[in-house]
Design a protein around this ligand. Structure first.
Ligand code: UDP
Ligand code: MG
Length: 311
């Protein structure tokens, strides 16, 4: 490419002050080894850190890239931070990566090689999930399975570590929905992609902000974003209950007709409890979808920027 190309790396960061300097330093080394036809910009989206992540970024003196810090007013979540980066910083290609060095920088040169050959999406997939606890990997496995069976998206081992061509980003940003699941949307768009396997590195410094509750919220949010099958499920359960009630009803009527008294209240109580719980669960699921509609209709911005700084 004669004129060279603009490559932007978007790196969401929440409370990464202890490791972000080292991350930028490593990134500098990686990018310095790449051809000069690439003009690199690194954007750290500070997602409302309460430590001095921002100051640490501004202290850093980059050699092989220009550095931008985009500070959100508060913590809006990683999805919003990614969205902020994609909306505000355009380039010929964008690479998204975590600032905790769990996404190995050594993949960047390969990603760019594929892109130069015309690949629009390069995805890094986990070949090994790092040091997760047993129950956490069980829970996340359950989420991926539910996602697959309800929306048909295979997200297992997918990560947010991706290179996207400008045309893909344009399409992504043009999708009108507001509650976004970046990984899911990229796969939903269906552009041909190349996958590169990587081993999830141990977190270099600091702690993951994830726990079981986060995972549960994340699962509900993303499943309701991509599938209405839970709503159909309610109808199906309702129909099954109807069949069951008809059979039971016929039995009870028959007993009444031949004069056998129904003994005790156990059956009644059990049925009341069962139907009561099913009704509440069903209402709850409908409520989740109404909540989503409410969120979408409110149309509040996904994030607010407090400050932008360029090196
Ligand atoms: N992150 C963020 N906002 C959040 C949570 C996390 O920008 O609300 C960033 C975080 O700084 C890191 C990346 O997103 O660069 C991945 O987060 P984390 O390491 O906590 O998640 P995990 O690697 O366990 O998926
Ligand atoms: Mg991490």
């Amino acid at each position: 490419m004669a004129t060279g190309s603009d490559i932007t790396l978007i790196c969401p960061a929440l409370n990464e002050a202890s490791g972000i300097g080292f991350f930028l330093q490593q990134l500098d080394q990686t990018l310095a080894a790449l051809p000069e036809t690439f003009r690199f910009r690194v954007v750290v989206v500070d997602d409302g850190s309460t430590d001095n992540t921002g100051e640490q970024v501004m202290l850093y003196q980059p050699q092989s890239f220009t550095l931008t810090l985009c500070q959100l007013t508060r913590n809006f979540g990683k999805e919003a931070a990614i969205q902020a980066g994609l909306e505000r910083y355009h380039a010929d290609a964008v690479i998204l990566l975590d600032t905790d060095l769990q996404h190995p920088l050594s993949l960047i040169p390969q990603m760019l090689e594929h892109w130069q050959l015309g690949v629009l999406v390069v995805e890094a997939v986990k070949s090994h999930r790092g040091d997760e606890s047993r129950w956490y990997s069980w829970a996340s496995g359950l989420f991926y399975k539910s996602m697959k069976s309800t929306s048909g998206l295979t997200l297992e081992n997918q990560s947010d570590y991706k290179l996207l061509d400008a045309t893909v980003i344009q399409t992504l940003l043009a999708l009108p929905e507001r509650i976004r699941f970046f990984r899911g949307l990229v796969q939903w768009m269906g552009f041909k992609s190349v996958t590169l396997p990587f081993e999830v590195q141990e977190r270099h410094i600091g702690d993951s902000s994830w726990n079981g509750l986060h995972l549960l919220r994340y699962s509900i949010r993303n499943i309701t974003a991509f599938s209405s099958i839970p709503l159909y499920l309610i109808t199906i359960i309702g129909l099954l209950m109807l069949v069951f009630s008809t059979v039971l009803g016929a039995h009870v009527l028959y007993q009444w007709a031949i004069g056998t008294a129904v003994t005790g209240f156990t059956t009644v109580i059990l049925l009341l409890l069962l139907i009561g719980s099913l009704l509440l669960i069903s209402l709850g699921i409908i409520g989740l979808y109404i909540a989503r509609i409410y969120e979408e209709v409110k149309s509040r911005p996904l994030y607010l920027v407090a400050k932008e700084w360029h090196s």
